[in-house]
Write a protein that binds this ligand. Structure first.
Ligand code: AMP
Length: 190
């Protein structure tokens, strides 16, 4: 199996790039942000639990997020691999993911971080907010909060996988096609 973590701050282009990668590598895409938005849109108990955290730009608690992720992975026994987008965002999430994959006799093939500087991210997310319908994309204070959460709680996940030589980073600026080519070159070298 090929199991990739697409990593990087909010607005770094993970979702955009994942769309191309799933086609090329025939992987199942799991975006925890998309899953939470789907649950919220359907007013499910899970969606209701996540709602306030998302609106404030904070992380949904690990036990809620990990349970949802596990269900989604287990729903795809046929998968030849996964692209995890927006997960793991904390060390406990990374540990839970490794444990889940180990139980399937597989593991993370690599983590690839898209590097984009903070002011570019804020600009991109505000632009996306014009059409995304996401309340957390429309408020600069919330966007900056999400970036702080990334720096404080999520960036240690890069070091967690770096310890086993699995973390890579590439510039996340330039055209979508150029970034895609950089990603593919990194994946093909894993
Ligand atoms: P995203 O679409 O990845 O930017 O995620 C939007 C929001 O969903 C985040 O700001 C969090 O509130 C929540 N979320 C998504 N993924 C996770 C995760 N792995 N852990 C905790 N919260 C998450």
């Amino acid at each position: 199996m090929t199991n990739l973590i697409l990593f990087g701050p909010p607005g770094s282009g993970k979702g955009t790039q994942a769309a191309g990668l799933i086609d090329k590598y025939q992987l199942v895409h799991i975006s925890t942000g998309d899953l939470f938005r789907y649950e919220m849109g359907n007013n499910t108990p899970l969606g209701l639990k996540a709602k306030a955290y998302m609106a404030e730009g904070r992380l949904v608690p690990d036990e809620v997020t990990i349970g949802m992720l596990r269900n989604k992975v287990e729903a795809h026994p046929e998968a030849s691999g996964f692209i995890f987008d927006g997960f793991p965002r904390t060390i406990p999430q990374a540990e839970a993911l490794d444990q889940l994959l180990a139980g399937m006799n597989t593991g993370i093939s690599g983590l690839i971080a898209l590097e984009v500087d903070e002011e570019e991210i804020v600009k991109r997310i505000l632009k996306r907010g014009e059409s995304s319908g996401r309340p957390d994309d429309n408020d600069e204070a919330i966007i900056r909060k999400r970036i702080d959460v990334y720096k404080n709680e999520t960036s240690p996940v890069f070091d967690f996988y770096a310890a086993s030589g699995k973390s890579h980073s590439i510039p996340g600026v330039g055209s979508v096609a150029d970034i895609f080519d950089r990603l593919c070159a990194t994946i093909d070298g894993l």
